[in-house]
Design a protein around this ligand. Structure first.
Ligand code: BMP
Length: 232
């Protein structure tokens, strides 16, 4: 059973969630072995999940389940029935949490997904707004409706963009006790630490770490920025 307090325990170590969409340059095992002192959680993206497969991801999570929390970035956007099949796989692989879209609406979709997540002891994050430039064209216009629907069913986890930190502030205003994970740091242009200053609980950092020839030195540098900005 993964609860809000479990994430906050890891937050004491660091505000970093590493986004693993591709193999880190030093290989996943060495990376996870060495990055324990820098990173709180690991968000596994669909490209990595599909390329490794269910059994290999299960093995990885099983090996490091005490060291990190694991989020399955499956961004559900389907009917409840399909959502539940996906959640079964997420549970089987040993993840603590997963991400769903919220624009699918409650009845027959998000409501069912939330209920099933609770039943299986998985923590649910809903995408409140997205980080890329085109997000403002359609997706982010629905921010209020997504938040309202999520509130109705007691969602406490949100994804909100570091590139558009106003959404982070708005999530925090609407659900003060929520946990906010924020992508867009590094490769997409947001500065390290700014999402945390806007109210995010964790920053999701992908390519800045995974593409680095020396991810551990990069993590050292990131931690230094957090210290200078006094967010840790
Ligand atoms: P990167 O730091 O390499 O840009 O990776 C960002 C990660 O956050 C990716 O895994 C992406 O799927 C995810 N993400 C995002 O970039 N923007 C969003 O709005 C929502 C996301 O989940």
């Amino acid at each position: 059973m993964t609860q809000l307090s479990d994430f906050l325990k890891y937050r004491e170590r660091s505000p970093i969630i590493a986004a693993i969409d591709i193999e880190p340059s030093i290989g996943i095992n060495e990376f996870l072995e060495e990055a324990k002192r820098y990173i709180a959680g690991i968000k596994v993206g669909l490209p990595y999940l599909l390329s490794k497969g269910v059994s290999e991801i299960s093995e990885i999570i099983n090996r490091y389940r005490e060291d990190y929390f694991f989020i399955a970035d499956i961004k559900l956007a389907d009917i409840g029935f399909v959502g539940r099949l996906m959640i079964d796989l997420v549970k089987e692989m040993g993840f603590n949490a997963f991400i769903s879209h919220g624009f699918i609406g409650l009845e027959g979709a998000l409501e069912e997904i939330k209920r099933y997540a609770d039943e299986l002891g998985l923590f649910l994050f809903v995408v409140a707004a997205m980080s890329h430039p085109g997000a403002e064209e359609i997706f982010n216009k629905n921010f209020n409706s997504i938040m309202e629907a999520s509130n109705k069913i007691g969602v406490l986890g949100f994804v909100a963009p570091a590139t558009l930190p106003n959404y982070i502030r708005r999530v925090k205003e609407k659900v003060p006790g929520s946990i906010i994970i924020s992508p867009g740091v590094g490769a997409q242009g947001a500065s390290i630490g700014d999402a945390i200053l806007a109210g995010a609980t964790f920053e999701i950092i992908g390519r800045k770490i995974t593409l680095s020839d020396d991810p551990l030195s990069t993590l050292d540098e990131i931690i230094l920025v957090y210290r200078n900005k006094r967010v840790i």
